[in-house]
Design a binder for this molecule. Structure first.
Ligand code: ZN
Length: 232
């Protein structure tokens, strides 16, 4: 008989998001896979405490980044690797494309999206201005390390030092050779995808090129499609 885990699949770290971040992540998950699907995922992830009570809508730091990682793992356990990652990507995208106004009091600069001066910028400049704010929210669990953003001729490179999707997880040893398997941080790819859609009105191409769980030192995401040049 199957016994669901009694504790989060990834042990809590003490690095916590505001409860509001957890609330909106769970609401986005529910939007993608229905309330029943979200509940089943929470049970599979060892987060039964949230089945009947989502985190409160406040800024107290109570939602451990290990909960995000546990949900990403729970989705893969439940739906299989490819489907699980697809769902976590859609949840990240849903949260960041629909719910960023809920975070105006954490990151007031998000409001720039509605300013005429921002909307008048070229796509490339809009992305350049938006990425640091998306980083700020994705690492708003009080990480000591801001992500770094580097601009290449035809894409941006976003490097995360602590990634909530793969936190405390490792790829199966059989697949852990560099390049041997798809990176696992689809949830963060979805957050970037949705956040940039919210800022710019366009879906760009997000590619995770390195994943800490696959033996690299950081998770690295490349963002294509913001360049005005026809190079790509
Ligand atoms: Zn990662």
């Amino acid at each position: 008989m199957y016994h669901p885990p009694s504790a989060p699949l990834v042990p809590p770290s003490g690095l916590c998001y505001a409860n509001r971040f957890g609330l909106h992540f769970l609401l986005a998950l529910e939007e993608v896979m229905s309330k029943n699907g979200a509940n089943a995922t929470l049970i599979m992830s060892g987060l039964r405490q949230f089945v009947h009570q989502y985190p409160p809508d406040d800024l107290r730091r109570g939602f451990d980044i290990a909960y995000i990682a546990s949900i990403c793992q729970g989705l893969e356990d439940m739906a299989g690797r490819a489907q699980g990652r697809s769902i976590s990507k859609r949840a990240g995208r849903e949260m960041f494309s629909e719910r960023l106004p809920a975070f105006y009091d954490i990151i007031p600069a998000l409001k720039m999206r509605t300013a005429a001066s921002y909307q008048a910028l070229a796509l490339h400049a809009q992305v350049e201005a938006a990425l640091p704010l998306l980083d700020q929210l994705i690492i708003s669990f009080d990480s000591p390390h801001r992500g770094t953003i580097i601009e290449k001729p035809d894409h941006f490179v976003y490097t995360m030092h602590q990634c909530p999707a793969c936190f405390g997880r490792s790829a199966d040893s059989a697949h852990s050779a560099h390049g041997g398997e798809q990176p696992m941080c689809a949830c963060v790819s979805g957050m970037l995808d949705g956040g940039l859609k919210w800022f710019t009105g366009r879906y760009l191409e997000i590619v995770e090129s390195q994943c800490r769980a696959h033996g690299y030192t950081h998770c690295v995401f490349e963002i294509y499609g913001a360049s005005e040049s026809p190079a790509r």
